[in-house]
Write a protein that binds this ligand. Structure first.
Ligand SMILES: Cc1ncc(COP(=O)(O)O)c(C=O)c1O
Length: 353
């Protein structure tokens, strides 16, 4: 089969996904809240499904959904593009701008889909390692981007998997001192305290957001991009016409019309995240990183790592354990779940010294 395969796929393995057998799943930064558990939202969804025209193609431009998203982020509808998850918007950006052998700059460690999708599209990845403590190296990113004439540059902030949040000054310093397209992946922005900033007057910038995290709609697959009209027009050149299915559009539109029911959960996430960090820091064999997201990254020593993994398994918790990434050696990432599961996570990190 190899002889038929695109050259860029030889020796290439995709983003790793796992068959789940554990009871508590905290490996994918999902929300512990299922919107169907809220009576008001459940009734809204039931009505949407009852009245849905399954025989019709969806609106290719997702007009109603874009209108609600625009209200949510305080922009205009023309500044929004919807994708089948944020993953698809990442893919649209790469397909729109990256030609074979164009340089794609990412900081490392970060979200793997930038590398996966760039590789599939014959982009040449340059990774800029973080500084100590997973601080994103702004200066090196600018240097590498300019030196290699980067076509596109990914900034994930707050960053997955480290939780690190860049300051507005750092982000703007990179934008102002480089020439490439800049993808600002803000999948976790609602969990941070960063003030909003409008980049729609800059044609080089595209922001990526998602309803998978705070809104707890990962199963529906809705991501969106925010950019200038020119940027959105470019991305629309490669967008498949019916990329966001009709039921997803209808449910998401109606959930957004009742967004207060979801937004009031932000404090829960922040409080539980801070509690988890404080409790885990009591174990002096762990390094627990600050987080502006709905997850926490923890580094330990190889002598404690196996006992922690055993405890997680015993408690039927699926966490994200990093096995073969030197930059994340002995690291484990856990999503913020409900209080009981968070307690169980804290207990699982307790091992004999
Ligand atoms: C940084 C980052 N960007 C984008 C995504 C994609 O999210 P989705 O495709 O579910 O919208 C994720 C998902 O985990 C993520 O961590």
């Amino acid at each position: 089969m190899e002889k038929y395969l695109k050259k860029c796929l030889c020796g290439f393995s995709n983003y790793e996904t796992k068959l789940i057998k554990e009871k508590y799943v905290v490996n994918a930064n999902e929300s512990p809240f299922n919107i169907g558990e809220d009576e008001v939202l459940r009734n809204i969804i039931n009505d949407v499904v009852k009245n849905f025209n399954f025989n019709k193609y969806p609106d290719p431009n997702a007009n109603e959904l874009r209108e609600e998203l625009a209200k949510f982020v305080n922009r205009n509808k023309e500044n929004i593009i919807c994708g089948n998850g944020g993953d698809e918007v990442i893919s649209l950006a790469i397909m729109t701008f990256v030609e074979p052998n164009d340089t794609v700059v990412v900081h490392s460690p970060s979200f793997e889909m930038y590398q996966v999708t760039s590789t599939i599209n014959y982009g040449k990845i340059i990774k800029v390692p973080d500084l100590k403590g997973y601080v994103i190296n702004t200066k090196a990113i600018i240097e590498e981007s300019n030196k290699n004439n980067a076509k596109i540059l990914f900034l994930c902030t707050p960053n997955n998997p480290t939780g690190y949040l860049m300051s507005r000054e750092e982000i703007n310093e990179i934008i102002d001192n480089t020439q490439s397209i800049i993808v600002l992946d803000e999948a976790y922005i609602e969990f941070s305290d960063l003030e909003e900033y409008d980049y729609t007057n800059n044609d080089r910038v595209i922001i990526i957001r998602t309803l998978s995290k705070l809104f707890g709609l990962a199963g529906l697959r809705i991501g969106y991009g925010i950019g200038s009209k020119k940027m959105i027009d470019c991305l629309n050149k490669v967008k498949p016409p019916y990329n966001v299915n009709g039921l997803t559009q209808a449910i998401a539109t109606n959930v957004l019309r009742n967004k207060e029911l979801i937004l009031n959960r932000i404090n829960f996430f922040k409080n539980e995240r801070d509690r988890l960090i404080i409790e885990l820091r009591k174990y002096n064999y762990l390094e627990v990183y600050n987080s502006s997201t709905n997850f926490v990254l923890i580094k330990t020593d190889s002598i404690y790592r196996d006992s922690i993994i055993k405890n997680l398994e015993k408690n039927s918790i699926l966490a994200k354990v990093y096995n073969n990434k030197p930059e994340l050696e002995n690291c484990i990432r856990v999503s913020i779940s409900n209080r009981e599961v968070n307690d169980l996570i804290i207990e699982s990190f307790s091992v004999e010294e």
